[in-house]
Design a protein around this ligand. Structure first.
Ligand SMILES: C[S@@+](CC[C@H](N)C(=O)[O-])C[C@H]1O[C@@H](n2cnc3c(N)ncnc32)[C@H](O)[C@@H]1O
Ligand SMILES: [Zn+2]
Length: 319
C-alpha cells in the first residue's frame, strides 16, 4: 500500500496527471492508462532510456555502493546527530517529507520517525537497498527516479532533505532548483554539500591528493575499488583518526587538530564506505560559502543555518 499522503502527491511520469494505486499488482496508474509498477519493494518510475551526461555512471557507482554497503549501522545514528543538528525534529510532526538521493535509506529511516509520511527517492539501484531497509515503515514509499524528473506535483513537500547528492550532478544548482519546485510554500530544505577550504592547509592538501587519486579510481571497476578502499581507509584510520582521538582524550592540541574528526569514535568500516564513496563517484563539486549563497538568494530562500563541518550543512526556508 502506498501511503495516502504520498499517492495524492504522485504524478504520472509520462503525462503529469494525478494517479491512483493500480489494483492488486500495486504501483500507480493515471487516467490515460500509463502504469508504473512496484518492483522489489519500490515504485519504479525510472525511464527506460539511458540518461544524459555523467548520470548513468553516477547511478552505476552508487547502485554498486549502496547494495554492497547496504546495512543501516549503529554509527549511522551518530552521523545523523550531525546531519540534523540544526533541525527541530518535533517540528516535522505530521509533515510530509522527501529524501532526494536516499541511497540505502539510512537518513530516510531516521527522519521517518518524526515525519507523518515520506518518499525516499533515488535514481540508482540503491533503491533496492533502501526498500529492504525501509520495508517495515508503512509511512514511507521508496521511488526510483532521477530527482530532476521526480514524479510529484509542484509544492508537494513540507520538508526536503538531500544529503550528499547535489554535488554529484553535472549542474548542482539546476538540481537544487528542481527540488525547490517540489517544496511547499512554507517548506524547508536541508542539504549536505561538499565544501572546499578557502585557504591552504592540511585539509586542502588532503583534498588535492584525493583529487589526484580520483583521476584513476573513478575509472576502476567497482569491485576492484572496493578491495582497494579497505587498505587506504585502514591507513587513514590508524594514521589520522586514531591519533586525533588520542589527542582529544589527552588534551594534545596538535593531534586533536588533525582532520577527519567526524570518524573519531566510529568504526573503521564507516571510513571504508566513505573512502569507496569519495573515490568512486564520477562527478564531485566542492564549494565555499560565497559560491552557495547565491543559490538561495536567487531562489528566494532564507538560510536558517549553514555550517561547514567538512561539508556544508544548510537549512533554509522560503522567504
Ligand atoms: C552519497 S549518496 C548519499 C545517500 C544518502 N543521502 C546518504 O547520505 O546516505 C548520493 C545518492 O544520490 C543519488 N543520486 C545522485 N544523482 C541523482 C539524481 N540525479 N537523481 C536521483 N538520485 C541521485 C545516488 O544514486 C546516491 O544514492
Ligand atoms: Zn499518464
Amino acid at each position: 500500500m502506498i501511503p495516502k499522503e504520498i499517492i495524492k502527491r504522485l504524478r504520472c511520469p509520462a503525462c503529469g496527471e494525478s494517479v491512483d494505486e493500480a489494483g492488486l499488482q500495486g504501483g500507480i496508474q493515471c487516467s490515460a492508462g500509463h502504469r508504473y509498477g512496484m518492483r522489489d519493494g519500490y515504485l519504479d518510475c525510472s525511464p527506460g532510456a539511458v540518461s544524459e551526461g555523467s548520470t548513468e555512471r553516477t547511478f552505476a557507482s552508487f547502485g554498486f555502493e549502496w547494495n554492497n554497503f547496504d546495512e543501516v549501522r549503529d554509527e549511522d545514528e551518530g552521523f545523523a546527530e550531525v546531519y540534523f543538528r540544526d533541525l527541530d525534529l518535533a517540528s516535522l510532526d505530521g509533515k510530509v517529507g522527501l529524501d532526494a538521493g536516499c541511497g540505502k535509506g539510512r537518513y530516510t529511516r531516521f527522519l521517518a520517525q518524526h515525519l507523518g509520511a515520506s518518499a525516499a527517492l533515488d535514481g540508482s539501484t540503491a533503491v533496492e537497498a533502501a526498500a529492504r531497509n525501509l520495508a517495515d515503515l508503512p509511512s514511507v514509499l521508496v521511488v526510483k527516479s532521477d530527482l530532476r524528473a521526480a514524479p510529484f506535483a509542484p509544492g508537494s513537500f513540507d520538508f526536503i532533505s538531500s544529503l550528499g547528492v547535489l554535488h554529484h550532478l553535472d549542474d548542482p544548482q539546476e538540481g537544487f532548483n528542481r527540488l525547490l519546485d517540489l517544496l511547499a510554500p512554507d517548506g524547508r530544505i536541508l542539504l549536505y554539500l561538499y565544501s572546499r577550504p578557502p585557504t591552504f592547509g592540511l585539509r586542502a592538501l588532503a583534498l588535492g591528493l584525493a583529487a589526484a587519486l580520483r583521476k584513476v579510481t573513478v575509472r576502476l571497476p567497482h569491485r576492484v575499488l572496493k578491495v582497494v578502499s579497505a587498505p587506504i581507509a585502514t591507513f587513514l584510520y590508524y594514521g589520522v583518526v586514531v591519533p586525533g582521538e588520542y589527542g582529544d582524550r589527552h588534551g594534545m592540541a596538535a593531534l586533536a587538530g588533525l582532520p577527519m574528526d567526524a570518524y573519531r569514535g566510529k568504526p573503521l568500516r564507516s571510513l571504508v564506505l566513505d573512502t569507496f564513496d569519495r573515490l568512486s563517484a564520477p562527478v564531485e563539486h566542492r564549494y565555499v560559502w560565497e559560491e552557495l549563497a547565491p543559490w538561495f538568494t536567487e531562489a528566494g530562500m532564507v538560510v536558517d543555518a549553514a555550517r561547514d563541518e567538512t561539508g556544508w550543512f544548510i537549512l533554509a526556508h522560503r522567504r
